[in-house]
Design a protein around this ligand. Structure first.
Ligand code: ADP
Ligand code: MG
Length: 355
């Protein structure tokens, strides 16, 4: 029932403004695919082109084997959930959810059965006779979700549906959506600017910036092996050190940073010269008698921020390089503002990026 989605060289101009540069993507049947990017990067534009609410300037859209580039939205049969999910206020939960089945002229018995099944999936069976104004925000969202999937669409599109919810509810809804998606195995394309949501829910993520895809990969590939500075900076927190390679020790590049620190990084790309070295705060540890990593820098502790399960602080080296590190609960009591200490990481930790 669920189908793959493919876009080929898809491009969108609004007047002279290019909202989406030529983009090609293949989303496999049953995938949970997330489009992640800052506001205005073209995420909604890409979804609208897939759903048919906008026409592309160039390129084509396929759902399964069928080209749908010029088909109107209702012919594509896609399920959709947006931030403004407008339920019908004068219809009950049940009537709201059965609506798409009535439109499709499904016999009443079959439709009722189907609605009851979906109500169970989103755990709203006991609310079916309520009206939208008698529900909480999260419950309304679940009704909208049920309505979006009740007609077994081959594809589900989500455009920041959780954006308006508070954090607790958002986490709960993320869980509900993921459970429903696992259950129905429905191909899902989700748009968000929330990186944590993208990392936890998706089988694959594409990072979009300024109408252009910067990288597509699994959450781990995106987080651990960002391909460029934008992705490294956008996902998670990262220390970015610029510098140049001044020598090689087999596959290990010897780097002099802009501030004159010498660090070593494993890379198989011998073409690199001017580089940015990216390393996550959580990969940097405090050097001790029993922890002697290959890269060691000495610096002074600044700006400790306590965050409960961890702390963050800045280490400023004698040469003026500033690194953010994450302290584990066991390290927190031993690190104080103004203290001089050594931090370090192994040569295979962190990533070398081009420039
Ligand atoms: P996102 O969803 O990533 O925030 P959008 O796809 O909505 O971004 O918009 C991408 C860019 O295209 C933005 O600069 C936006 O202002 C512009 N844009 C979107 N829709 C229209 C439109 N109908 N007419 C003109 N410009 C538009
Ligand atoms: Mg948008």
């Amino acid at each position: 029932m669920s189908l793959s989605v493919e876009v080929r060289n898809l491009k969108k101009k609004y007047g002279e403004y290019i909202a989406l540069k030529p983009t090609s993507l293949e989303i496999k049947n049953g995938e949970f695919f997330t489009i992640l990017g800052p506001s205005g990067s073209g995420k909604t534009t890409l979804l609208k082109l897939i759903s048919g609410f906008e026409k592309p300037t160039n390129g084509s859209v396929f759902i399964g084997e069928n080209e749908v580039t010029h088909a109107p939205p209702h012919k594509r049969g896609i399920g959709m959930l947006f931030q403004s999910y407008a339920l019908f206020p004068h219809l009950t939960v049940f009537e709201n959810i059965i609506f798409p089945l009535k439109m499709r002229k499904m016999p009443k018995d079959a439709a009722t059965k189907k609605v009851d099944k979906v109500l169970e999936l989103v755990q709203l069976s006991s609310f079916k006779n309520r009206y939208p104004h008698q529900l909480s925000g999260g419950q309304r969202q679940r009704v909208a979700l049920a309505r979006a999937v009740v007609f077994d669409p081959p594809v589900l599109l989500l455009d920041e549906p959780l954006g308006a919810l508070d954090k607790q509810l958002r986490l709960q809804m993320q869980f509900e959506i993921k459970k429903l998606q696992d259950n129905l195995k429905i191909t899902t394309i989700s748009v968000t600017h929330d990186q944590e949501e993208a990392l936890t829910m998706s089988s694959r993520i594409c990072i979009i910036n300024d109408g252009e895809i910067e990288q597509t990969g699994t959450p781990r590939e995106i987080y651990e092996k960002p391909q460029n500075r934008f992705v490294a900076d956008f996902i998670g927190e990262t220390n970015l050190l610029t510098g140049e390679i001044i020598g090689w020790d087999e596959e290990i590049a010897i780097i002099k940073t802009k501030h004159g620190e010498i660090i070593r990084s494993l890379t198989f790309n011998k073409e690199l010269k001017e580089i940015t070295f990216a390393i996550r705060p959580e990969l940097i540890s405090i050097v001790s008698a029993v922890n002697q990593p290959e890269n060691i820098l000495k610096g002074t502790v600044r700006d400790i921020v306590y965050m409960g399960e961890s702390s963050k602080c800045k280490i400023v080296t004698e040469n003026g390089e500033t690194m953010t590190i994450k302290l584990t609960p066991k390290e927190i009591p031993f690190v104080n503002e103004g203290q001089v200490l050594q931090i370090g990481w192994e040569v295979n930790e962190g990533t070398l990026l081009n420039k």
